[in-house]
Design a protein around this ligand. Structure first.
Ligand code: AHR
Length: 624
């Protein structure tokens, strides 16, 4: 009797039988070194409000109808959005603060509130109006406690804006509800008030970059040891109209020269995380850039095609020259003038986003070819990614999609599904064309099985994602890259649920069960996927084994409500670390409460490691 049949018989007789796996010490397929990475677009205030360091909302009055969002008057002042005193051609309004006596000013509530922790806070702002004296910048708790403050000697006039930088250290907020205050003596402002231009407030930034990422958030992302970054979207690349698309050259240079735009997700974006900031982010986290360019498709605003598209192809070539050209080129010289003389490397470029939606398929073949030919001629080493795939579920087959996969083009697959449907996709990648490399550019368990909304990931959804990822990793000769989406949300300002990591002012970062799965899978990677012999079929337990040098990795998921016992034979290995994430089927972390966290144990084995897989669990065994 085969071991598989023995196991089936034991189950039929009601005897709980252990699953036995034997990991081969030879053979297998090379695993893509870029298998796990990130997609980032500004959705859920993930950029302005979470990942970007600046904590002040509506500082540049950008977007369609900024008005006084986030601003309040202090001390009897009158405040107004003032378009007659623009800071620059891009920042076309500043805040007018007027009043006749006493200390007056304005406060900014940030993105719902400002998170204040014991740290140094950098302040940047412009002032216009006659003034010789101190102004004060401070962080104030909702109970009026001043958490940090400093005076700034200002000597300004009414003919031009003057720029100031200062910093102060703050103590922790006790209310979780703080605001930034800018105050001055009304009597000293002899024009009757002052104009405040583009104020910015930064806590410590990742790698201490100016205009950098919020270190508290970026360090969490960095902990996953991802290997690529797909940017800048997502729908937010596409725009709701041609004019409203993500326009790369509006996102470069000093922030005061970036007009921002009304993003695709219902709020203004400042573009302070702009094209160069994405590349610096890649540098600082060791990520390979995957740049998506606008290809004529908008979300609900029509499609630009044929001759009308050619200027946008040229514009994308300019974008690539800005990033990769040397300083003798027009756009490379502009990059150098922005402080970056060394060219960046862009090995992957995606043409558009989700061209299988919004009637994109009708014209994608022609649009794709226009971009492909231009890019391939100018940069033959760039790998091009198609935003459609030839897989049946995207509604077209390879040639209908216009994608000539023989050229090495990657196809972008997106799968947002309820847990049971992700489980059904476990073997999806077993059956794809081995010569057609794939980017899984967005995926997640998005709802409960009954279709109701999952607000923050649950153990059932995260375990289903792990099963799907095991399916990808087993096929990581053809699945070259994958990224969960969306990665970040502001808990109080989100449009899309669920997301992997949440943030709010009171709690900072909260990691979801899905985040922990991403981190476990990405941070524990082999370079070779090893064959595994088993005495049981897949389900409810799933597994994949890999190795890197002398280290073996076995990833496992138990998508079921009964615990499973498992024995894993790995020849020659005696010690291992087992990391397990488990909880009830609907268990979910909540803001500030990471109740479900991975638990790490050391286990000994003499070539065999035996342990249990709890119900609804994800495990990683690392054997030395
Ligand atoms: O990740 C959220 C959205 O899902 C992306 O913007 C889009 O590409 C997809 O439809």
């Amino acid at each position: 009797m085969s071991i598989h049949k023995a196991a089936l018989l034991a189950v039929a007789c009601g005897v709980a039988s252990a699953i036995e796996l034997t990991v081969s010490s030879s053979g297998g397929n090379a695993s893509s070194p870029l298998l796990y990475g990130f997609i980032f677009e500004d959705i859920n205030h993930s950029g302005d409000g979470v990942l970007h360091g600046n904590l002040l909302q509506n500082n540049g009055f950008q977007g369609n109808s900024p008005n006084l969002t986030a601003w309040s008057a202090v001390g009897g002042a009158e405040i107004a959005q003032d378009s007659s005193n623009p800071l620059t051609d891009a920042i076309t309004s500043t805040l007018s603060i007027t009043g006749t006596s006493g200390t007056i000013g304005a406060s900014n509530a940030g993105y719902v509130s400002i998170r204040v922790t014991p740290n140094e806070y950098a302040n940047y702002f412009w002032v216009k109006g006659t003034y010789e004296g101190n102004i004060t910048v401070s962080l104030v708790d909702s109970d009026d406690t001043v958490l940090g403050s400093t005076g700034v000697p200002v000597s300004s006039n009414s003919s031009a804006f003057s720029y100031y930088e200062t910093s102060f250290s703050a103590v922790e907020s006790t209310t979780g509800n703080s605001s930034w205050h800018f105050t001055f003596d009304a009597a000293t402002a002899t024009d009757g008030g002052l104009n405040l231009g583009l104020p910015q407030l930064f806590p410590p930034t990742f790698h201490n970059r100016k205009n950098g990422l919020n270190a508290e958030v970026a360090e969490v992302l960095d902990s996953a040891k991802g290997s690529f970054l797909r940017f800048p979207g997502g729908n937010n690349l596409e725009g709701t109209s041609v004019e409203n698309r993500w326009t790369w050259n509006n996102t470069i240079g000093p922030v005061e020269d970036r007009p921002g735009r009304q993003g695709n997700w219902g709020y203004p974006t400042t573009d302070a995380i702009g094209l160069v900031e994405f590349l610096l982010w890649c540098q600082d986290m060791g990520l390979t850039p995957l740049l998506a360019v606008w290809d004529g498709l908008t979300v609900g605003g029509g499609t630009t095609t044929d001759d009308a598209l050619q200027p946008f192809v040229n514009d994308a070539l300019n974008e690539l020259e800005y990033l990769m050209g040397d300083t003798s080129t027009t756009w490379g010289a502009l990059r150098a003038s922005h402080g970056y003389p060394d060219p960046f490397d862009i090995p992957y470029v995606e043409i558009g986003n989700e061209d299988f939606l919004n009637n994109g398929l009708e014209t994608y073949q022609d649009r794709f070819n226009l971009f492909y030919d231009a890019f391939h001629q100018a940069y033959p080493n760039i790998t091009i990614v198609a935003s459609t795939s030839g897989l049946a579920e995207t509604g077209c087959s390879g040639t209908e999609c216009g994608i000539d996969i023989s050229t090495g083009v990657l196809q972008d697959v997106h799968q947002y599904l309820p847990p049971k449907d992700l489980i059904a996709k476990f073997n999806f990648f077993d059956n794809v064309d081995r010569n057609a490399p794939i980017l899984v550019g967005e995926y997640a368990s998005t709802t409960f099985d009954n279709g109701s909304t999952t607000y923050f990931p649950t153990m059932a959804g995260s375990t289903a994602e792990a099963v799907y990822m095991i399916g990808m990793e087993r096929n990581s000769d053809v699945v070259k890259m994958s990224c969960f989406a969306p990665i970040l949300e502001h808990f109080d300002m989100a449009q899309w649920s669920p997301d992997a990591v949440g943030y709010d002012a009171a709690n900072g970062v909260t990691r979801s069960t899905s985040w922990f799965v991403q981190q476990l899978f990405s941070a524990n990677r082999g370079d070779t996927i090893l064959p595994v012999e088993s005495d049981s079929g897949f389900g409810p337990a799933y597994w994949v084994a890999s190795s890197a040098g002398n280290t073996n990795f076995v990833k496992l998921a138990n998508y079921g409500d009964a615990s499973q016992t498992i024995s894993i034979n790995i020849d020659g290995k005696t010690t291992a670390t087992l990391t397990q994430l488990s909880g009830g089927q609907e268990d979910s972390n909540t803001p500030g409460e990471e109740n479900v966290q991975p638990v790490v144990t050391a286990i000994d084995g003499n070539g065999t490691f035996s342990f249990s897989l709890p119900a609804w669990s994800v495990s990683v065994l690392v054997a030395q």
